[in-house]
Design a protein around this ligand. Structure first.
Ligand code: ZN
Ligand code: ZN
Length: 198
């Protein structure tokens, strides 16, 4: 995928234009380059994101997802709720990984931007004036990688792939189908996660 095509796809997927998503896009691509891997079609890559939730830059992770192809649906992404601008990208076949983080001085400066000032005052990202957003986006897209990212050397990360379940049963409680690897037997009944709770 050409970069512009990837960027456009990522913006549509993410829902608005902002600085943090493209930071994640570039960070994801940098991690892939360091490992010399392509975007995941299935679970060739796995992301362990430290980005957490409930802060000004959660959008970063959508950029990482768009770049790497690691998605919530494929379950090849997991979150640590550390609220840090960092992640580890694992090459599951090669058993190697890199950790990437935003440089503190870059990120602290980014949080002082007029975009974030608007966000602090409750302006939704899509309503921040374009004359404020565009120069910030241009900067994120053009700043040299070394000026904003720390990328570790690749390190060993042995990976054991899990087995996907292809079989379902009907839950004795609700009658809905549930994959057999998540049923619980209780008082002689097979129950799904929703029905097993008291
Ligand atoms: Zn965003
Ligand atoms: Zn049920």
């Amino acid at each position: 995928m050409e970069f512009q095509e990837l960027f456009d796809m990522a913006v549509r997927f993410h829902g608005h234009r902002c600085p943090a998503m493209p930071m994640g896009l570039r960070a994801g691509l940098a991690a892939m380059k360091a490992l010399d891997v392509a975007r995941a079609q299935d679970k060739e890559l796995h992301v362990i994101s430290e980005t957490g939730m409930g802060h000004a830059a959660g959008c970063f992770l959508d950029g990482i997802m768009a770049a790497t192809g690691c998605t919530y649906g494929k379950s090849n992404i997991e979150k640590r709720y550390w609220n840090k601008m960092a992640f580890t990208l694992v090459d599951t076949k090669g058993g190697r990984a890199v950790r990437v983080s935003l440089k503190p001085e870059f990120f602290e400066q980014a949080l002082k931007s007029p975009f974030v000032q608007h966000r602090r005052q409750g302006v939704p990202p899509q309503d921040v004036p374009v004359e404020i957003l565009t120069p910030l986006l241009d900067r994120v897209m053009s700043i040299p990688q070394d000026a904003f990212l720390n990328v570790s050397e690749p390190f060993d990360y042995p990976w054991k792939a899990g087995q996907a379940c292809f079989d379902v049963v009907r839950c004795d409680g609700c009658g809905e189908t549930v994959f057999t690897n998540a049923v619980t037997k209780k008082h002689g009944k097979l129950l799904c996660g929703g029905c097993v709770r008291p």
